[in-house]
Design a protein around this ligand. Structure first.
Ligand code: ADP
Ligand code: MG
Length: 448
């Protein structure tokens, strides 16, 4: 009989991008000892490419032929995936390219997405090689689901796409300052946190956001989770508490509706939240850092370090229909908070690190930016408690009055403190006003 190759399931072909400098620098050893043998066992064919420098992965994925690959896998931390996603978005065929399934095998110091994938699969929270093994197994299984991306614009007009977080203040400081403890692996963040707590800083800024819920009319106070819900069982009770605390997001509501008598579907999120801010705060466009007061505690060299000029300029992507340009005033239904902050964090995954379960209610394609901020005034002890509780995702139970969480579709952050660090997916970006909007399910993630 005639051989018809098209009828046979063909083996999956993955492009593996390994950053030999990620984390403690042992990604290549991990490939030899664990990753490649398991992929071979699963009859997956692959090409292994070592990244040689920053932006190498970003440039590489711009030139590949999409039909040749079933997925691009980064073997590094979250930073390398940020490059891959932006590389795909920079292609003229970005609409097709961004649908290329992407995956991650945690070999960096910041392994937030791997933590989220591990949690989504129902595994216990894990670190190090345990997390890596879970992620290799999931990659071999290969289920792909949509993942939200956030479009970001910084003050020089540079646009980029982010899958994880935007951080300013405490978290971005720790992330960048702890680079010097890189040899410690992810423990660098613990050490960095202690150092930063010891000399706690506050940052003045204006944070504006478009809430998903009417902030003055919290809904879904008492949803009962279905026992057959698709959540990992070991997290269910905890999630239940968290969800009823914050009053939740639409897609999850729909998911839980069947078992809930408390939920009134007429009370789904409304965009017409009154803005409590003063009208003058709306005209906040022109930024002149020279006119701002300088805090003497910012003399740390890390703040004055110049960021390398960004060669890459994102022009593609879906339109940010919720955002006026950075210099323009925001619509009336936005809420504006001008205050002194210890940190501002926008996160769109459940995890901020493999052991930081920051947004337990977040899912890959909930279409939400989970905006957190901690206001100045919090004690050092309370801040440490908050981060310790975050390991289990119980930080909402500390009922810290300085911590706020709001699900939003878009936000604008205008630092009013002259020096500071802003990170996107853990990578440092230009310091200054930045704004963002979520694009639901724009990319595809291999979650297993
Ligand atoms: P980690 O979590 O350890 O920081 P990341 O994946 O975030 O790991 O990678 C950190 C940075 O390393 C990224 O900005 C990436 O561009 C850069 N990078 C990639 N390959 C190399 C290389 N060969 N040498 C130095 N830096 C690299
Ligand atoms: Mg999300």
């Amino acid at each position: 009989t005639e051989f018809v190759p098209e009828l046979l399931p063909r083996t999956r072909r993955l492009m593996l991008l390994v950053n030999p400098c990620g984390g403690r620098g042992n990604a290549l050893q991990q490939c030899q000892s664990h990753i490649l043998p398991m992929l071979t066992e699963a009859e997956i064919s692959y090409n292994l490419i070592q990244t040689e420098r920053q932006n190498h992965a970003r440039e590489l994925v711009q030139g590949i032929s999409l039909e040749q690959w079933d997925g691009i896998i980064v073997i590094s931390g979250d930073g390398l995936l940020y490059e891959v996603i932006n590389g795909l978005m920079e292609r003229p065929d970005w609409e097709d390219a961004i649908k290329m399934p992407v995956g991650i095998l945690p070999c960096g110091s910041g392994n937030a997405l791997a933590g989220a994938i591990n949690y989504n699969a129902g595994f216990d929270q894990a670190m190090g090689s345990e997390l890596l093994l879970n992620c290799i197994l999931l990659l071999c299984r290969g289920t792909v689901i949509p993942m939200d991306l956030v479009s970001l614009t910084t003050c020089s007009g540079i646009r980029s796409f982010s899958f994880l977080s935007v951080a300013w203040g405490f978290i971005s400081d720790v992330d960048i300052e702890s680079e010097k403890y890189r040899h410690m692996g992810s423990a660098r963040f613990t050490v960095g946190t202690m150092v930063r707590v010891a000399s706690l800083r506050t940052y003045r800024g204006r944070l504006s956001y478009l809430p998903v819920l009417d902030a003055h009319r919290p809904i879904c106070r008492s949803i009962t989770l279905s026992p057959n819900g698709s959540l990992a069982p070991f997290q269910r009770s905890q999630l239940h508490r968290t969800i009823s605390d914050i009053g939740l997001c639409e897609e999850r509501n729909v998911m839980y509706k069947r078992s809930s008598t408390a939920l009134d579907t007429n009370e789904l999120p409304s965009f017409e939240s009154p803005s409590p801010s003063s009208p003058t705060a709306l005209h906040s466009s022109s930024f002149n850092f020279d006119s701002l007061s300088d805090d003497p505690s910012y003399q740390d060299s890390v703040y004055s370090k110049d960021l390398k000029p960004q060669r890459h300029h994102q022009v593609n992507g879906p339109k940010d229909d919720l955002l006026p340009s950075l210099g323009q005033p925001l619509p009336k239904n936005w809420i504006i908070v001008e205050d002194n902050f210890v940190l501002v964090l926008a996160i769109y995954q459940s995890h901020l690190g493999a052991d930081l379960f920051t947004a337990p209610f977040s899912t890959f394609d909930d279409g939400l930016i989970h905006l957190f901020f901690v206001k100045a005034g919090i004690s050092r002890a309370a801040l440490v408690r908050l981060f310790l509780a975050m390991e289990k995702g119980t930080h909402f139970e500390t009922e810290c009055p300085y911590l706020t969480h709001i699900p939003v579709r878009a936000f604008r952050l205008e630092p009013l403190t002259r020096k500071g660090i802003i990170t996107v997916d853990g990578e440092r970006v230009e310091y200054g006003p930045i704004q963002a909007q979520i694009h639901k399910g724009l990319s595809n993630l291999i979650t297993g």
